[in-house]
Write a protein that binds this ligand. Sequence first.
Ligand SMILES: Cc1cc2nc3c(=O)[nH]c(=O)nc-3n(C[C@H](O)[C@H](O)[C@H](O)COP(=O)(O)OP(=O)(O)OC[C@H]3O[C@@H](n4cnc5c(N)ncnc54)[C@H](O)[C@@H]3O)c2cc1C
Length: 470
Amino acid sequence: MLRRLDKVVPQHVVIAGAGPAGLMAAHELIKAGTRVTILEKRPSLGGLGGTTVFEGRHGTYRFDFGGHRFITHSPDLLRLVDDLVGDDLLTATRRSVIRLGGRTYAYPLAPLDLLRNAPPKLLAGAAFDLTKRMMRPKNPAGADFASWTESRFGRTLYRTFFAGYTEKLWGIPPDRLSADWAEQRISLVDIRDVFRRLLPGAADNPRTYARSYRYPRHGFGVIFQRLAERLAKEGASIRTGVSVTGFGIEHGHIARVLTDNGPIGCDAVISTLPLPEMVRMTGSKANLRFRGLRFLNFCMAVPDVSPWTWQYLSDPDIVGTRLQEPRRRSPDMAPPGMSSLMMEIPCDPGDELWTMPDDPLFARIRGDLVSLGIDPSRVTGEMFSARAATAYPLMTLDYRTERNRALAHLCKIPNLVQCGRQGTFRYIFTDTAMEMGQMAAKTLLAGDDRRAAIYEHRNEKTVIEAESVA
Ligand SMILES: Cc1cc2nc3c(=O)[nH]c(=O)nc-3n(C[C@H](O)[C@H](O)[C@H](O)COP(=O)(O)OP(=O)(O)OC[C@H]3O[C@@H](n4cnc5c(N)ncnc54)[C@H](O)[C@@H]3O)c2cc1C
């Protein structure tokens, strides 16, 4: 039997955050006739799923926060996105590579490509590890990223492709990271999978990798811009530039949401705010941290920089972790005859890479571009940075205990439902965040306490991309 969430069905719900989760929660509540106020601290909507428009000398460029693709397990969600974006919803093919030590490898690692491109020492090491793995297939994996990955791929591939990249991305050594991230994100199962695909008749695509995906012609953010327009027409009050700063709690219930623009009375709250921030605003503490990202976006005076959507930059001495060419997703991401690049640079709010002005940062990555075969003299000089302070939940070894404690703390407030990527401290894709938003609305409407199910939604230990319908 589910516990009753709260005594009354709410008439007015405040939604904190206008990212994919918050907007989908509003969509569900409005359908049921509930009054909704959405509060968003940024001037724009869509959260990490938004797209920034940049007017350059040669026309309009568009940049996502790191280049998003829409993949989903849910035909209903795909139908909604189709309906919102219409003919502007393209089907794109992902073409990604790993750049390392002056060489270019297929991403995910592919056996024939490895045989063609890897230096003999690497191949000999990988072959030795494979033989060992065949003889001792049940190599126990540890709870940390380093031992999990090494037990599956062997020491050589782990050290070459994973160790340096992972430390650069997360800012901590891989043996202090939980294996949870590897379990959901590594697009191969183990070293035998890499080589099994050499056999005649084997599928070319690893079972955990979605090659094609949906993408709106004018950037990922169009999905959420259109959704917000629809919500506004249907009566939602959407207030941008308003930060939630705390909660007025009476008899254990949230009676008011406090903002930098005054308090707002409500019957219930759906929050997509970062979990540690929510815990702090409700009078406790959570030892949970995020890794930030800075995106250096710049325009290129060439029609095409490369054939690749993403380049994973594995060399530890290159500052960025990924380089993206938005035009590879949709031709309309840059004006005709021009292109653009986005360098994804992991850092933390306030550190040197976070605060450095664009010009010196570009001077610093200039040499990296040259080493990647990109001519910096074709950069037009037009550039800007976007920053995401809470891009990745930092999954340290003990993060689960802290996360569970934080969620249990918030569950003491019966008219509060927490959801979304930062909200539940989960490394999830947009579709899961959208589904969480819908679930949050449904639990308020039904009055049953389904919050535990929301927090673990799609938490099966399979790779996220498997069986995508897009
Ligand atoms: C680099 C990168 C690449 C990604 N690529 C993909 C991809 O290819 N495909 C995919 O499906 N997903 C991708 N994702 C994940 C996707 O961005 C998220 O799953 C999704 O945006 C989560 O939605 P959300 O609503 O939970 O959170 P968010 O999008 O972060 O929305 C939360 C909102 O809350 C607002 N907010 C925060 N604090 C306050 C406050 N105090 N008051 C008011 N508002 C506040 C924020 O400004 C934000 O708008 C990627 C993420 C990153 C970082």
